[in-house]
Ligand binder design. Structure first.
Ligand code: SF4
Ligand code: SF4
Length: 334
């Protein structure tokens, strides 16, 4: 049975969680943008629009140290970063297209190597998803098998109600535990009427048909047509909730420094650059082809899932107007 939480009690919940010492991350105004950021108090919560960057940074920071080192007269000391010290976290007000990407990423980060930096943050995070009541021209979650009320990946899920309260559905044991620990902020209901939810313009696409075309069109004039103008800026990958490539580099001096894990992007010219000087993806269309292949073929071949939740961020941000929704819609019609 769903519960009800008023807007006032939702804010009280945030302040209580902050008071308990938890890291609470939610949409927050940052200059002219809204971003998922740590909230110092409920006053900072800003639920009006889809944050500019995705929520993946909750589990997969843009850049982080994985060890540091110091050299002294007695030798070199290496300090490991201990993931067990990552804080308990609540991600609140995250949209379905962001939240649905988290379980998709679990597959790669727990595959051949268990990435404890990602997995420990996932274990320690409770996600309170929020249904979308508005969609812009770039939103297309409905085309890739999701919806503005999709609960995949959420532990609790909020649906706005007329009058400013929220219906709260319990999706997982983690959500049940958070709700039980703050039960006084929730009320019983069996009559909650949601406000109208968003209706993205692009309806369901046949993702199996798209994959079948990709299976047989590694070489095709389409890649040149759509990606000759790609600037290789990487904005699409950095903003995407599902893109997850990273590089590891050592930074510092002979005496001290850090080994750092930081985001990378297959759109960058040097992403596949070999030490020999050979680059197997030597032109931009080859790099953009990899982006589409990875999202709609390779990841599905390996993990049975797709790397796009239809958030539309790459469409909004692309400086040359490359539109992934248009591309997969076109492939679906071939
Ligand atoms: S590929 Fe584009 S639309 Fe799809 S999830 Fe990534 S940023 Fe969003
Ligand atoms: S945002 Fe556009 S121009 Fe930049 S790498 Fe992605 S597709 Fe290319």
């Amino acid at each position: 049975m769903p519960k009800i939480i008023t807007d006032q009690n939702l804010r009280l919940l945030i302040d209580t969680l902050v008071g308990e010492g938890k890291r609470v991350i939610g949409p927050k105004a940052a200059g002219t943008l809204t971003l998922y950021e740590p909230l110092a108090s409920a006053e900072e919560l800003s639920l009006g629009e889809l944050p500019r960057r995705s929520a993946k940074e909750t589990f997969f920071p843009l850049c982080e140290n994985i060890l540091t080192y110091e050299k002294s007269s007695s030798g070199t000391t290496v300090h490991d970063i201990d993931p067990a010290r990552f804080p308990e976290t609540v991600l609140i007000g995250a949209r379905p297209c962001d939240v649905a990407a988290a379980p998709v990423l679990d597959a790669i980060f727990s595959w051949d190597f268990k990435d404890e930096f990602f997995l420990e943050r996932r274990r320690k995070t409770t996600i309170i998803g929020l249904a979308c009541t508005t969609a812009d021209d770039a939103c297309f979650c409905t085309a890739v098998g999701l919806s503005p009320a999709d609960t995949r990946g959420s532990d609790l899920f909020l649906t706005p109600l007329a009058g400013g309260s929220y219906r709260c559905d319990v999706i997982s044991d983690k959500g049940e535990a958070l709700l039980a620990a703050h039960a006084g902020l929730f009320a019983e209901t069996d009559t909650a009427e949601p406000v109208s939810l968003a209706e993205p313009q692009l309806g369901p696409l046949d993702l199996d048909r798209i994959k079948a075309w990709l299976d047989t069109h590694f070489e095709d004039p389409l890649w040149e047509e759509i990606a000759a103008r790609c600037a290789g800026c990487g904005a699409c990958a950095f903003l995407c909730p599902a893109c997850h490539c990273f590089d590891i580099s050592d930074e510092g001096s002979e005496k001290q420094g850090a080994r750092r894990k930081h985001w990378d992007a297959c759109g960058f010219g040097k992403f596949t650059y070999h030490a020999s000087g050979h680059n197997p993806r030597e032109v931009q269309p080859h790099r953009y082809r990899n982006r589409i292949m990875h999202k709609f073929k390779y990841y599905h071949d390996k993990f049975g899932q797709r790397l796009c939740t239809g958030c539309g961020r790459c469409i909004r941000a692309c400086p040359v107007g490359i539109d992934i929704a248009q591309i997969i819609d076109d492939i679906n019609r071939k």
